[in-house]
Ligand binder design. Structure first.
Ligand SMILES: [Zn+2]
Length: 450
Protein backbone atom coordinates (compact mmCIF):
# COMPACT_ATOMS: atom_id res chain seq x y z
CA UNK A 1 0.00 0.00 0.00
CA UNK A 2 1.53 3.31 -1.05
CA UNK A 3 1.39 6.40 1.10
CA UNK A 4 -0.92 8.14 -1.33
CA UNK A 5 -3.67 5.55 -0.86
CA UNK A 6 -3.42 5.52 2.94
CA UNK A 7 -6.93 5.38 4.34
CA UNK A 8 -7.10 5.24 8.15
CA UNK A 9 -10.77 4.14 8.21
CA UNK A 10 -10.08 1.18 5.96
CA UNK A 11 -7.15 0.02 8.07
CA UNK A 12 -9.32 0.24 11.17
CA UNK A 13 -11.92 -1.90 9.43
CA UNK A 14 -9.35 -4.55 8.43
CA UNK A 15 -7.88 -4.55 11.93
CA UNK A 16 -11.35 -5.12 13.37
CA UNK A 17 -12.01 -7.97 10.94
CA UNK A 18 -8.65 -9.51 11.83
CA UNK A 19 -9.37 -9.37 15.55
CA UNK A 20 -12.85 -10.82 15.02
CA UNK A 21 -11.62 -13.73 12.95
CA UNK A 22 -8.91 -14.34 15.55
CA UNK A 23 -11.58 -14.43 18.25
CA UNK A 24 -13.71 -16.82 16.24
CA UNK A 25 -10.80 -19.19 15.67
CA UNK A 26 -10.01 -19.37 19.36
CA UNK A 27 -13.68 -19.69 20.30
CA UNK A 28 -14.02 -22.68 17.99
CA UNK A 29 -10.90 -24.25 19.38
CA UNK A 30 -12.13 -23.83 22.94
CA UNK A 31 -15.64 -25.10 22.22
CA UNK A 32 -17.20 -21.75 23.05
CA UNK A 33 -19.86 -19.81 21.19
CA UNK A 34 -20.25 -16.44 22.88
CA UNK A 35 -19.12 -13.68 20.48
CA UNK A 36 -18.88 -11.23 23.40
CA UNK A 37 -15.70 -12.95 24.57
CA UNK A 38 -12.72 -11.04 23.18
CA UNK A 39 -9.32 -12.68 23.54
CA UNK A 40 -6.29 -10.61 24.47
CA UNK A 41 -2.63 -11.27 23.74
CA UNK A 42 0.30 -10.62 26.04
CA UNK A 43 3.36 -8.41 25.45
CA UNK A 44 4.94 -11.08 23.27
CA UNK A 45 1.87 -11.10 21.04
CA UNK A 46 0.88 -14.62 22.11
CA UNK A 47 -2.72 -15.65 22.68
CA UNK A 48 -2.06 -18.35 25.27
CA UNK A 49 0.64 -19.38 27.70
CA UNK A 50 1.54 -22.15 30.14
CA UNK A 51 1.33 -21.71 33.85
CA UNK A 52 1.04 -23.97 36.89
CA UNK A 53 -2.07 -24.43 38.98
CA UNK A 54 -2.85 -26.46 42.09
CA UNK A 55 -0.85 -27.28 45.18
CA UNK A 56 1.25 -30.26 46.24
CA UNK A 57 0.48 -33.42 44.28
CA UNK A 58 -2.19 -31.65 42.29
CA UNK A 59 0.19 -29.03 40.87
CA UNK A 60 0.06 -29.32 37.10
CA UNK A 61 0.65 -27.41 33.90
CA UNK A 62 -2.29 -25.52 32.43
CA UNK A 63 -2.83 -23.80 29.12
CA UNK A 64 -4.22 -20.37 29.83
CA UNK A 65 -6.07 -17.98 27.58
CA UNK A 66 -6.98 -14.46 28.58
CA UNK A 67 -10.10 -12.67 27.44
CA UNK A 68 -12.51 -9.88 28.24
CA UNK A 69 -16.24 -10.37 28.38
CA UNK A 70 -18.02 -7.18 27.50
CA UNK A 71 -20.92 -5.86 25.48
CA UNK A 72 -23.03 -2.75 25.37
CA UNK A 73 -26.09 -2.60 27.59
CA UNK A 74 -28.91 -0.32 26.55
CA UNK A 75 -31.25 -0.85 29.49
CA UNK A 76 -30.70 -1.43 33.18
CA UNK A 77 -31.68 -4.97 34.12
CA UNK A 78 -33.24 -3.74 37.35
CA UNK A 79 -35.15 -0.50 36.71
CA UNK A 80 -35.45 -0.90 32.95
CA UNK A 81 -34.49 2.70 32.13
CA UNK A 82 -32.66 3.39 28.91
CA UNK A 83 -29.17 4.90 28.48
CA UNK A 84 -28.35 5.03 32.16
CA UNK A 85 -25.84 2.18 32.35
CA UNK A 86 -22.13 2.97 32.60
CA UNK A 87 -19.09 0.71 32.76
CA UNK A 88 -18.06 0.04 36.34
CA UNK A 89 -14.68 -1.70 36.19
CA UNK A 90 -13.95 -5.40 35.82
CA UNK A 91 -14.11 -8.59 37.83
CA UNK A 92 -11.77 -11.51 37.14
CA UNK A 93 -12.51 -15.25 37.24
CA UNK A 94 -10.83 -18.33 35.89
CA UNK A 95 -13.05 -20.63 33.87
CA UNK A 96 -12.45 -24.30 33.11
CA UNK A 97 -12.85 -25.34 29.50
CA UNK A 98 -12.59 -28.42 27.37
CA UNK A 99 -10.69 -27.48 24.30
CA UNK A 100 -9.38 -29.62 21.51
CA UNK A 101 -6.05 -30.06 23.32
CA UNK A 102 -5.22 -32.53 26.06
CA UNK A 103 -4.11 -29.77 28.40
CA UNK A 104 -6.09 -28.50 31.31
CA UNK A 105 -7.37 -25.41 29.52
CA UNK A 106 -8.29 -22.35 31.57
CA UNK A 107 -9.76 -19.06 30.55
CA UNK A 108 -8.71 -16.06 32.63
CA UNK A 109 -11.84 -14.04 32.00
CA UNK A 110 -12.29 -10.39 32.90
CA UNK A 111 -15.98 -9.70 33.11
CA UNK A 112 -17.32 -6.20 32.62
CA UNK A 113 -19.16 -4.68 35.58
CA UNK A 114 -22.03 -2.31 34.90
CA UNK A 115 -23.56 0.42 37.03
CA UNK A 116 -26.93 2.09 36.63
CA UNK A 117 -26.84 5.83 37.16
CA UNK A 118 -30.57 5.84 37.73
CA UNK A 119 -31.10 3.23 40.46
CA UNK A 120 -27.54 2.51 41.56
CA UNK A 121 -27.80 -1.18 40.64
CA UNK A 122 -24.55 -2.92 39.69
CA UNK A 123 -24.32 -6.13 37.69
CA UNK A 124 -21.79 -8.27 35.86
CA UNK A 125 -21.68 -9.26 32.21
CA UNK A 126 -23.08 -12.75 31.65
CA UNK A 127 -22.09 -15.26 28.99
CA UNK A 128 -24.17 -17.91 27.30
CA UNK A 129 -21.24 -20.31 27.64
CA UNK A 130 -21.20 -20.24 31.43
CA UNK A 131 -23.83 -20.61 34.08
CA UNK A 132 -24.00 -18.04 36.82
CA UNK A 133 -21.63 -18.73 39.72
CA UNK A 134 -20.12 -21.74 37.98
CA UNK A 135 -16.59 -21.97 36.66
CA UNK A 136 -17.22 -25.00 34.49
CA UNK A 137 -18.40 -24.22 30.98
CA UNK A 138 -21.76 -25.51 29.77
CA UNK A 139 -19.97 -27.44 27.08
CA UNK A 140 -17.85 -29.29 29.63
CA UNK A 141 -21.05 -30.33 31.38
CA UNK A 142 -22.45 -31.72 28.16
CA UNK A 143 -19.24 -33.70 27.64
CA UNK A 144 -19.38 -35.00 31.22
CA UNK A 145 -22.87 -36.39 30.60
CA UNK A 146 -21.87 -37.86 27.25
CA UNK A 147 -18.81 -39.57 28.71
CA UNK A 148 -20.78 -40.98 31.61
CA UNK A 149 -23.90 -42.11 29.82
CA UNK A 150 -22.94 -42.91 26.26
CA UNK A 151 -19.42 -44.18 26.86
CA UNK A 152 -20.23 -45.57 30.34
CA UNK A 153 -17.02 -44.12 31.77
CA UNK A 154 -16.61 -43.92 35.53
CA UNK A 155 -16.97 -40.65 37.37
CA UNK A 156 -13.30 -40.73 38.29
CA UNK A 157 -12.11 -41.28 34.73
CA UNK A 158 -14.28 -38.47 33.44
CA UNK A 159 -12.94 -36.16 36.14
CA UNK A 160 -9.37 -36.99 35.22
CA UNK A 161 -10.03 -36.74 31.50
CA UNK A 162 -11.65 -33.30 31.76
CA UNK A 163 -9.38 -31.93 34.50
CA UNK A 164 -12.18 -31.30 36.97
CA UNK A 165 -12.74 -32.78 40.41
CA UNK A 166 -14.77 -36.00 40.90
CA UNK A 167 -17.09 -33.95 43.09
CA UNK A 168 -17.82 -31.62 40.20
CA UNK A 169 -18.59 -34.61 37.98
CA UNK A 170 -21.01 -35.93 40.60
CA UNK A 171 -22.66 -32.53 40.94
CA UNK A 172 -23.13 -32.28 37.19
CA UNK A 173 -24.46 -35.84 36.78
CA UNK A 174 -26.75 -35.97 39.81
CA UNK A 175 -27.87 -32.36 39.58
CA UNK A 176 -31.24 -33.52 38.26
CA UNK A 177 -32.14 -35.80 41.18
CA UNK A 178 -31.40 -33.36 43.98
CA UNK A 179 -33.03 -30.08 44.82
CA UNK A 180 -31.43 -28.13 47.65
CA UNK A 181 -29.65 -31.29 48.79
CA UNK A 182 -32.93 -33.23 48.92
CA UNK A 183 -33.60 -36.28 46.77
CA UNK A 184 -36.43 -35.38 44.44
CA UNK A 185 -36.69 -37.93 41.63
CA UNK A 186 -40.31 -38.41 40.58
CA UNK A 187 -41.60 -41.46 38.75
CA UNK A 188 -43.45 -40.71 35.54
CA UNK A 189 -47.00 -41.93 36.12
CA UNK A 190 -48.35 -40.00 33.13
CA UNK A 191 -46.74 -42.29 30.55
CA UNK A 192 -48.96 -44.80 28.81
CA UNK A 193 -48.13 -48.33 29.89
CA UNK A 194 -47.21 -50.69 27.04
CA UNK A 195 -49.30 -53.70 26.07
CA UNK A 196 -46.61 -56.16 27.09
CA UNK A 197 -44.46 -55.61 30.16
CA UNK A 198 -41.28 -57.49 30.93
CA UNK A 199 -40.30 -57.84 34.60
CA UNK A 200 -37.07 -58.92 36.20
CA UNK A 201 -34.67 -58.11 38.97
CA UNK A 202 -30.98 -57.30 39.16
CA UNK A 203 -28.30 -56.98 41.78
CA UNK A 204 -27.89 -53.27 42.51
CA UNK A 205 -26.10 -51.19 45.13
CA UNK A 206 -24.78 -52.94 48.25
CA UNK A 207 -25.65 -56.36 46.81
CA UNK A 208 -29.37 -55.71 47.16
CA UNK A 209 -31.86 -56.89 44.57
CA UNK A 210 -33.75 -54.26 42.63
CA UNK A 211 -36.80 -54.46 40.42
CA UNK A 212 -36.82 -53.53 36.75
CA UNK A 213 -39.61 -53.49 34.19
CA UNK A 214 -39.53 -52.56 30.53
CA UNK A 215 -41.70 -52.65 27.46
CA UNK A 216 -41.30 -56.19 26.12
CA UNK A 217 -40.96 -54.89 22.56
CA UNK A 218 -38.52 -52.00 23.11
CA UNK A 219 -36.35 -50.49 25.81
CA UNK A 220 -37.72 -47.00 25.25
CA UNK A 221 -39.98 -47.40 28.27
CA UNK A 222 -38.65 -48.75 31.52
CA UNK A 223 -38.22 -48.01 35.20
CA UNK A 224 -36.03 -49.29 38.00
CA UNK A 225 -37.13 -49.50 41.63
CA UNK A 226 -34.72 -49.58 44.58
CA UNK A 227 -35.86 -53.00 45.85
CA UNK A 228 -38.05 -55.91 44.82
CA UNK A 229 -40.43 -56.03 47.77
CA UNK A 230 -44.06 -56.71 46.91
CA UNK A 231 -45.03 -53.54 48.77
CA UNK A 232 -42.68 -51.34 46.74
CA UNK A 233 -43.72 -52.78 43.40
CA UNK A 234 -47.44 -52.58 44.22
CA UNK A 235 -47.13 -49.01 45.46
CA UNK A 236 -45.27 -48.02 42.32
CA UNK A 237 -47.71 -49.52 39.82
CA UNK A 238 -50.72 -48.23 41.77
CA UNK A 239 -49.40 -44.76 40.91
CA UNK A 240 -50.72 -45.42 37.40
CA UNK A 241 -54.46 -45.02 36.81
CA UNK A 242 -56.60 -48.15 36.56
CA UNK A 243 -57.45 -47.35 32.94
CA UNK A 244 -53.74 -47.18 32.20
CA UNK A 245 -53.04 -50.46 33.97
CA UNK A 246 -55.88 -52.14 32.11
CA UNK A 247 -53.98 -51.53 28.88
CA UNK A 248 -51.41 -54.14 29.88
CA UNK A 249 -52.28 -57.44 28.20
CA UNK A 250 -49.16 -59.52 28.82
CA UNK A 251 -46.64 -59.67 31.65
CA UNK A 252 -43.45 -61.59 30.88
CA UNK A 253 -41.40 -62.84 33.82
CA UNK A 254 -39.46 -65.79 35.15
CA UNK A 255 -41.06 -68.47 37.34
CA UNK A 256 -41.48 -66.11 40.26
CA UNK A 257 -44.33 -66.90 42.63
CA UNK A 258 -43.94 -63.54 44.36
CA UNK A 259 -44.75 -61.49 41.26
CA UNK A 260 -47.44 -63.90 40.12
CA UNK A 261 -49.37 -63.19 43.32
CA UNK A 262 -50.08 -59.54 42.49
CA UNK A 263 -50.09 -59.40 38.70
CA UNK A 264 -53.84 -60.00 38.44
CA UNK A 265 -54.46 -57.35 41.08
CA UNK A 266 -52.34 -54.70 39.36
CA UNK A 267 -53.12 -55.56 35.75
CA UNK A 268 -56.67 -56.96 35.59
CA UNK A 269 -56.47 -57.70 31.86
CA UNK A 270 -53.01 -59.23 31.81
CA UNK A 271 -51.96 -62.81 31.31
CA UNK A 272 -48.69 -64.09 32.71
CA UNK A 273 -46.09 -65.35 30.27
CA UNK A 274 -43.15 -67.31 31.62
CA UNK A 275 -39.99 -66.40 29.77
CA UNK A 276 -39.01 -69.27 27.45
CA UNK A 277 -35.34 -68.98 28.32
CA UNK A 278 -36.06 -69.57 32.00
CA UNK A 279 -38.06 -72.70 31.21
CA UNK A 280 -35.17 -74.10 29.19
CA UNK A 281 -32.73 -73.03 31.88
CA UNK A 282 -34.71 -74.72 34.67
CA UNK A 283 -34.92 -78.02 32.85
CA UNK A 284 -31.30 -77.78 31.70
CA UNK A 285 -30.25 -77.30 35.31
CA UNK A 286 -32.25 -80.39 36.30
CA UNK A 287 -30.47 -82.41 33.62
CA UNK A 288 -27.09 -81.15 34.80
CA UNK A 289 -27.77 -81.84 38.45
CA UNK A 290 -28.78 -85.45 37.70
CA UNK A 291 -25.69 -85.88 35.53
CA UNK A 292 -23.39 -84.50 38.23
CA UNK A 293 -24.97 -86.77 40.85
CA UNK A 294 -24.28 -89.81 38.70
CA UNK A 295 -20.73 -88.62 38.05
CA UNK A 296 -20.14 -88.43 41.79
CA UNK A 297 -21.37 -91.97 42.28
CA UNK A 298 -18.95 -93.47 39.73
CA UNK A 299 -16.02 -95.03 41.59
CA UNK A 300 -13.52 -95.88 38.88
CA UNK A 301 -13.39 -92.46 37.25
CA UNK A 302 -10.09 -93.08 35.42
CA UNK A 303 -11.31 -95.96 33.26
CA UNK A 304 -14.99 -95.18 32.88
CA UNK A 305 -15.77 -93.94 29.36
CA UNK A 306 -19.26 -92.86 30.36
CA UNK A 307 -17.82 -90.71 33.13
CA UNK A 308 -15.32 -89.09 30.78
CA UNK A 309 -18.02 -88.25 28.27
CA UNK A 310 -20.38 -86.89 30.91
CA UNK A 311 -17.63 -84.76 32.38
CA UNK A 312 -16.06 -83.33 29.24
CA UNK A 313 -18.85 -83.45 26.65
CA UNK A 314 -21.74 -82.28 28.82
CA UNK A 315 -22.77 -79.78 26.17
CA UNK A 316 -24.00 -82.40 23.74
CA UNK A 317 -26.56 -83.65 26.27
CA UNK A 318 -28.20 -80.23 26.04
CA UNK A 319 -28.44 -80.39 22.26
CA UNK A 320 -31.61 -81.52 20.51
CA UNK A 321 -31.31 -85.08 19.26
CA UNK A 322 -32.09 -83.95 15.69
CA UNK A 323 -29.20 -81.51 15.75
CA UNK A 324 -26.60 -84.06 16.84
CA UNK A 325 -23.85 -84.96 14.40
CA UNK A 326 -24.62 -88.53 13.38
CA UNK A 327 -22.22 -89.34 10.55
CA UNK A 328 -18.99 -87.39 10.95
CA UNK A 329 -16.86 -88.52 13.89
CA UNK A 330 -14.46 -86.03 15.44
CA UNK A 331 -11.79 -86.17 18.09
CA UNK A 332 -13.34 -85.77 21.50
CA UNK A 333 -11.20 -84.38 24.22
CA UNK A 334 -11.51 -85.99 27.63
CA UNK A 335 -12.27 -89.41 26.24
CA UNK A 336 -9.56 -89.23 23.53
CA UNK A 337 -11.53 -91.10 20.87
CA UNK A 338 -12.98 -90.35 17.47
CA UNK A 339 -16.76 -90.42 17.89
CA UNK A 340 -19.84 -88.86 16.41
CA UNK A 341 -22.01 -86.93 18.83
CA UNK A 342 -24.73 -89.55 18.52
CA UNK A 343 -22.28 -92.31 19.45
CA UNK A 344 -21.12 -90.32 22.46
CA UNK A 345 -24.70 -90.01 23.69
CA UNK A 346 -25.20 -93.73 22.97
CA UNK A 347 -22.25 -94.74 25.15
CA UNK A 348 -23.77 -92.85 27.99
CA UNK A 349 -27.33 -94.10 27.59
CA UNK A 350 -26.49 -97.73 26.94
CA UNK A 351 -24.55 -98.15 30.16
CA UNK A 352 -25.91 -98.99 33.53
CA UNK A 353 -27.38 -95.61 34.44
CA UNK A 354 -30.95 -95.77 33.16
CA UNK A 355 -31.93 -92.86 35.41
CA UNK A 356 -29.95 -90.46 33.30
CA UNK A 357 -31.47 -91.91 30.15
CA UNK A 358 -34.97 -91.20 31.47
CA UNK A 359 -34.10 -87.65 32.47
CA UNK A 360 -32.45 -87.02 29.12
CA UNK A 361 -35.55 -88.33 27.32
CA UNK A 362 -37.82 -86.09 29.39
CA UNK A 363 -35.53 -83.15 28.64
CA UNK A 364 -35.62 -83.89 24.92
CA UNK A 365 -39.41 -84.23 24.88
CA UNK A 366 -40.05 -80.96 26.70
CA UNK A 367 -37.56 -79.01 24.60
CA UNK A 368 -39.06 -80.48 21.46
CA UNK A 369 -42.61 -79.58 22.52
CA UNK A 370 -41.51 -76.02 23.28
CA UNK A 371 -39.59 -75.72 20.06
CA UNK A 372 -42.50 -76.97 17.96
CA UNK A 373 -45.01 -74.91 19.97
CA UNK A 374 -46.78 -78.22 20.65
CA UNK A 375 -49.21 -77.45 23.48
CA UNK A 376 -50.90 -80.84 23.74
CA UNK A 377 -47.53 -82.59 23.60
CA UNK A 378 -46.32 -80.47 26.49
CA UNK A 379 -49.46 -81.15 28.50
CA UNK A 380 -49.01 -84.85 27.83
CA UNK A 381 -45.49 -84.86 29.23
CA UNK A 382 -46.48 -82.95 32.36
CA UNK A 383 -49.53 -85.08 33.15
CA UNK A 384 -47.95 -88.46 32.38
CA UNK A 385 -44.65 -87.76 34.05
CA UNK A 386 -43.53 -90.53 36.43
CA UNK A 387 -41.67 -89.54 39.57
CA UNK A 388 -37.97 -90.38 39.25
CA UNK A 389 -36.77 -89.18 42.62
CA UNK A 390 -34.36 -86.53 41.36
CA UNK A 391 -34.20 -82.85 40.47
CA UNK A 392 -36.26 -83.37 37.31
CA UNK A 393 -39.29 -84.01 39.55
CA UNK A 394 -39.09 -80.57 41.09
CA UNK A 395 -38.56 -78.96 37.68
CA UNK A 396 -41.68 -80.66 36.34
CA UNK A 397 -43.71 -79.77 39.42
CA UNK A 398 -42.65 -76.12 39.02
CA UNK A 399 -43.85 -76.33 35.44
CA UNK A 400 -47.15 -77.80 36.62
CA UNK A 401 -47.58 -74.93 39.07
CA UNK A 402 -46.84 -72.32 36.39
CA UNK A 403 -48.65 -74.28 33.73
CA UNK A 404 -50.79 -71.41 32.40
CA UNK A 405 -47.77 -69.12 32.08
CA UNK A 406 -45.76 -71.75 30.25
CA UNK A 407 -48.67 -72.43 27.92
CA UNK A 408 -48.77 -68.71 27.10
CA UNK A 409 -45.03 -68.72 26.60
CA UNK A 410 -45.28 -71.52 24.06
CA UNK A 411 -48.02 -69.79 22.08
CA UNK A 412 -46.81 -66.18 22.25
CA UNK A 413 -43.74 -64.47 20.88
CA UNK A 414 -42.96 -62.31 23.89
CA UNK A 415 -39.82 -62.93 25.89
CA UNK A 416 -37.70 -61.32 28.56
CA UNK A 417 -34.91 -60.75 26.05
CA UNK A 418 -34.95 -56.97 26.27
CA UNK A 419 -34.92 -56.76 30.02
CA UNK A 420 -32.17 -59.38 30.19
CA UNK A 421 -30.16 -57.29 27.74
CA UNK A 422 -30.65 -54.28 29.97
CA UNK A 423 -29.50 -56.30 32.97
CA UNK A 424 -26.37 -57.20 31.06
CA UNK A 425 -25.58 -53.53 30.44
CA UNK A 426 -26.30 -52.69 34.08
CA UNK A 427 -23.79 -55.35 35.09
CA UNK A 428 -21.24 -53.71 32.80
CA UNK A 429 -21.93 -50.32 34.34
CA UNK A 430 -21.43 -51.72 37.83
CA UNK A 431 -18.26 -53.53 36.83
CA UNK A 432 -16.81 -50.38 35.24
CA UNK A 433 -17.09 -48.49 38.49
CA UNK A 434 -16.45 -51.46 40.82
CA UNK A 435 -19.97 -51.39 42.27
CA UNK A 436 -22.13 -48.66 43.70
CA UNK A 437 -22.83 -47.68 47.27
CA UNK A 438 -25.44 -45.05 46.61
CA UNK A 439 -28.66 -46.64 45.34
CA UNK A 440 -30.13 -43.36 44.06
CA UNK A 441 -27.00 -42.69 42.02
CA UNK A 442 -26.94 -46.16 40.49
CA UNK A 443 -30.62 -46.03 39.57
CA UNK A 444 -30.16 -42.58 38.07
CA UNK A 445 -27.25 -43.71 35.94
CA UNK A 446 -29.25 -46.73 34.77
CA UNK A 447 -32.00 -44.35 33.67
CA UNK A 448 -29.40 -42.34 31.75
CA UNK A 449 -27.52 -45.08 29.90
CA UNK A 450 -30.50 -46.43 27.95
ZN1 LIG B 1 -31.35 0.87 37.02
Amino acid sequence: MSITTFQPTKIKKYARLFIMSQDNCILRELNLKDKNIHFTDNEAGEWNYFDYRGRGDKRHKCLIYTANLTYSVSRCSDCGFRDCVEHWGWTSTEMRLTGTSLWDVRLALRKQRFHCKNCGNTFTAASSDFEKNCQISRNTKVIVKQNLNEDMMTEKTVAKHLHISPNSVQRIEYDAIYEGGQYKYQYNFKQQLPEAISMDEFRSANDQFSFIWCDATSIKQFEVLPNRLTKTIKQYFLGFSLANRKRVKHVVMDMNAQYASFIKFLFPNAEIIIDGFHIAQRIGNALDSVRKNIQKRIDDKQNNRAYKIMKSQWKIFHMMYEDLEKTKPYYMRGINEYLTQEQAIGIRLSTKYPEFGQVWTAYQEIMKAMHNKDLSGFEDIITHYTIMGNDMDSAISTFAKNYKGIQNSITSNYSNGRVEGMNHKIKQLKRNSCGYKNMAHLLWRIRQIF
